[in-house]
Design a protein around this ligand. Structure first.
Ligand SMILES: O=C(O)CCC(=O)C(=O)O
Ligand SMILES: [Fe+2]
Length: 216
């Protein structure tokens, strides 16, 4: 299947990609956005930690906003949108994703058996919970399957996703012990982030299947 999309990937953290390799046309904007996402990501992780009844610094101490990868997606006009997609169905693997989209639309999330449009709201960001946050939360938070339809409009769709992940790859991740009890046993085993990402890159994008490898 031909996918109607171009993607520019840039590593933002823990070490920024070589600045010379960031296209000059968007270099300053990427550097500024990195600062803003880092700040917002820290605030969000504080809230997500508190929502689990943990100390506000918990997710951040686990380096959860330190590795940041940016994907700048460009979905051009597609003359036969019903024959292809922009981005196939998947759940983001990481902790959280901060997503900025222009006004064109096409992003959908799966709710039960239905695909629901995530209509762009000017000035609003979409924040996805990723699989590893679902695992750490022992299923209190849920990652969501999403996809992007091929773009039928003459105007290109542009979106900027920043994936926030742990930078500590040797540490073991799994459900927080505070969230495990005899009533609610650990739904997942422990694993390192390295093992996790190896699985992600070998399985391809096919919905929420990654998380199943790590079920207890
Ligand atoms: O383009 C979008 O709105 C979604 C992008 C996305 O889901 C991803 O890069 O993981
Ligand atoms: Fe995604």
């Amino acid at each position: 299947m031909i996918i109607c999309r171009d993607t520019l990937q840039i590593r933002l953290g823990p070490q920024l990609a070589d600045v010379e390799e960031i296209p000059e046309v968007c270099r300053n904007e990427v550097l500024e956005w990195n600062q803003q996402v880092k700040r917002l990501g820290s605030i969000l992780l504080g809230l997500f930690s508190e929502g689990l009844g943990l100390s506000p610094g918990k997710l951040q101490e686990l380096t959860c906003v330190d590795t940041r990868m940016m994907s700048g997606h460009y979905y051009p006009y597609c003359p036969q949108p019903d024959l292809t997609v922009g981005l196939t169905s998947h759940a983001d693997p990481g902790v959280i994703t901060v997503l900025l989209q222009n006004q064109v639309g096409g992003l959908q999330v799966k709710h039960g058996d239905e695909w629901v449009d995530v209509t762009p709201v000017p000035g609003a960001l979409v924040v996805n919970i990723g699989d590893i946050l679902q695992i750490m939360s022992n299923d209190e938070y849920k990652s969501v399957d999403h996809r992007v339809l091929a773009n039928p409009s003459q105007e290109p769709r542009v979106s900027i996703a920043v994936f926030c992940n742990p930078s500590n790859h040797e540490k073991e991740f799994g459900p927080f012990p505070e969230l495990v009890s005899s009533d609610k046993p650990a739904a997942y085993r422990q694993f390192t982030f390295d093992e996790y990402m190896r699985r992600f890159f070998t399985k391809g994008l096919d919905g929420k299947s990654l998380i199943n490898y790590f079920r207890a």
